[in-house]
Design a protein around this ligand. Structure first.
Ligand SMILES: O=C(O)CCCCN(CCc1ccccc1OCc1ccc(-c2ccc(Oc3ccccc3)cc2)cc1)Cc1ccc(C(=O)O)cc1
Length: 183
């Protein structure tokens, strides 16, 4: 994962729980990276260890941490200079989700170490769609719940998301039913 992801986790923890808590989480995760460089590639294991340590220290489940991170990521990347790129990816929640692979392709042109997941929308109706999420990474589906909730806030749209298929139950990929209604 690019350091931008670990930097976002750090900023989420520091802004909500303070520097000291972040230091404790890094210590517990046995991560002795002083400063995460956004454009540096880091082993995914570091991100998983940070989430696991945050879960223990904060008394929240890893799924709750990843869901909160997903929501935080949408706002964080917008203020970290990717706002324009995000705005070009769609004016509504369904449009943005349909364009997510193109967004990743654009980022990947400049940052070849990007290993983005792939998102596919099917059964797109007026107020609902099925989101198919395929990734080389394991265990991040709770982050998708948060990312979609973050997009609901970005597009001022009421969103209800339910995971309908999971790789944990021997399905080939994760699938989510998303029901949305612009406010
Ligand atoms: O891998 C998985 O199975 C789950 C990954 C969940 C995180 N993705 C979230 C995608 C997303 C979903 C909904 C709404 C918005 C989303 O992201 C928008 C986005 C995507 C990528 C970036 C991005 C930009 C620069 C990056 O790297 C940098 C950063 C600074 C300087 C140079 C390179 C890395 C990611 C920014 C916004 C973004 C992403 C972040 C990092 C990577 C990667 O390092 O491979 C791949 C994807």
């Amino acid at each position: 994962m690019y350091g931008l992801v670990n930097k976002a986790i750090q900023d989420m923890v520091c802004s909500r729980f303070g520097e000291q808590t972040w230091k404790e989480i890094k210590h517990k995760a046995e991560v002795d990276v002083d400063v995460f460089l956004s454009m540096e590639g880091y082993p995914d294991d570091i991100t998983h260890r940070l989430v696991k340590a945050a879960s223990t220290i904060l008394g929240l489940s890893s799924a709750e941490i990843m869901q909160a991170f997903g929501e935080f990521w949408v706002e964080y990347t917008a203020q970290e200079g990717y706002g324009e790129m995000m705005d070009m990816s769609g004016d509504t929640l369904p449009e943005f989700l349909e364009n997510l692979d193109n967004l990743h392709a654009r980022v990947g042109v400049s940052f070849p170490k990007l290993q983005p997941p792939s998102f596919e929308c099917t059964d797109v109706e007026e107020n609902s769609l099925n989101l198919h999420y395929r990734s080389s990474r394991e265990g991040l589906s709770p982050m998708i719940l948060g990312l979609v909730k973050g997009l609901g806030a970005k597009f001022d749209t009421k969103v209800d998301i339910t995971q309908t298929q999971s790789r944990d139950e021997h399905n080939e990929h994760d699938e989510f039913l998303i029901i949305y209604k612009p406010n």
